[in-house]
Design a protein around this ligand. Sequence first.
Ligand code: AMP
Ligand code: ZN
Length: 472
Amino acid sequence: MAIRIFNDLTRQKEEFVPLEPGKVRFYNCGPTVYGYFHIGNGRSFVAADAIRRYLMYRGYKVTFVQNFTDIDDKMINRANERGITVKQLADEMVAAYFEDVKGLGVLPADIHPKATELIPEQIAMIQELIDQGYAYAVEGGDVYFRVTKKLDYGKLSRKNLDDLLAGASERVDPDDRKEHPFDFALWKGQKPGEPAWEAPWGAGRPGWHIECSAMARKYLGETIDLHGGGEDLLFPHHENEIAQSEACNHQPFSKYWVHNAFLNIEGEKMSKSKNNFFTVRDILKEYEGEVVRLYLLNAHYRTQLDFRRELVDQTKGALERMRNTVSNLQHIVQSAEVKDLTPDEAQVLGELSQARQRFVEAMDDDFNTAGGISVLFELVREINSRVQQGASAGLAQGALDLLKELADVLGLLQGAFEAKADLDAEVQALVDARQAARKGKNFAEADRLRNQLNDMGIILEDTPQGVRWKRK
Ligand code: AMP
Ligand code: ZN
C-alpha cells in the first residue's frame, strides 16, 4: 500500500510517488518573524511536522526545508515601533520560534533558511526572469513578474486573470507602473530608512514570493516533491511561487501541494480586535505542549479546527490515560517475576501488533492523524485489558515498544518514556548511595535513604545477588 495525498494542484487524492525513489524533498512556508507566532500558525507547523515524521516512518529520506521571512513591511514596521533593527527583531523572534515549536513537539527542519541570507540567489533568479521576458524593472527600482506571459498562471488556485480582474477591481492596487494589476513584486526599490541590498535595478529588497522559489531551488532543486503551507497561502503566494519557479527553471515546481485548513478560536476567526489572538507562547503557559499537539492532530489537517478550551481540557485527560498505560507497563517490566513471553502472550502481542497496520492505513490516507490517534487509543484500551499485573516482562516490553513506535510518529508521549529512564537512574543512584552508607556502617544515613526511597514508592529487597528494587 502506498501513501495517498490529496494534491491541491489536481484536487484529487493521488498515490504519492516521489521523484526519486526513497527520497522526499519537502518545502514548507515558515513564519514571518515579526512577533510570537499564534496558535493558528502553530497548527500549520505541527501539521507539516506530522507529515514529515510519517514520511520518515514509511522509510523515506526526507529533506525538509522551512524558511524564515525576516524582511518585509511587517518586519520593518515592528522594528521601527520597537526602536530596534530588523535584524535584532528577526534574531529575537527566530530564537522564540525554536523555543515555542519545541513546546509543540515540532522537530527543527533540516534547513531553516532566512530570506536575508539568500539575497544573491534571489537576485539571480529575478535576473533570469528578466532575461527571459517574465519580469520587468520600473521607475523606482521595483521589479515585477509579468503574469500575462505565464500562460498557465492561476493553475493552482484555478483562477484566471479575467475573473480575477472582474472580481477584485476595487481591491487591486492601481500602480500604473505595472503592466497588469496582478503583476507582483519580485524586488522592491528602497524607500528612505529601509534596509536595502544592492541589485542591478537599484538598491532594495526582495518581494515575499521570490524567497520561497529561491530557497526551494537552492536546497531542494528545480522540482520538489511536496510543498506545504496554510490555505491562505494558496493564492497568491503559492500561485506566484509556481509562476516564478516554472518560468525560470522550465520544470514543474512541486509535484504535490498540501494546505492546512485554518484554526479558529471558540468559533471565531482569530483577530487582535476580537481579543482572541493567542500566541503559542501564552497558550503554553496554560497548557502542556503535548496536550495542545494532541488537540491539533486530533483533526485532519484539511478540516477546519476550533480551539475550544472545554475540548482542550478533555484532551488532557486522554493524554493522561495514555501515560498511565505507559507507566503501568514500565512497572510490569520492572517487577515481573517472569521475564520471557509465554506462548499465549506471544499470541496476545501478535494481536496487539495489528494496530500497526491499522495505524498505517489511517495515516496513508492523506496523513489522517485523527485516524492514527484513534488507533493509538484503541491500542491503549486493548493493552489495559490484556496486559496486566502478572504478565511477563517480555509482553509488557513488547506492548511498550509498540506504543512508543506509533506515538513517536505523531510526536506524542515524548516525555513518558524518557522521564522513566531519568527516574530509574535517580532511584538507582539512591540505592547505590544507601549501599555505600551501609558498607561504611553509616546506618542512620542508610535508613534515611531507605525512607526516602520508600516515600518515592520504591521497595528494596536484599537478595543474594545484591539489593533489588521495585515499585510498590
Ligand atoms: P505567516 O507567519 O503569517 O506567514 O504564517 C505562517 C503559517 O501559518 C502559514 O503557513 C500560514 O498559512 C499559517 N496560518 C496562518 N494563520 C493560520 C490559522 N489561523 N490557522 C492555520 N494556519 C494558519
Ligand atoms: Zn512561501
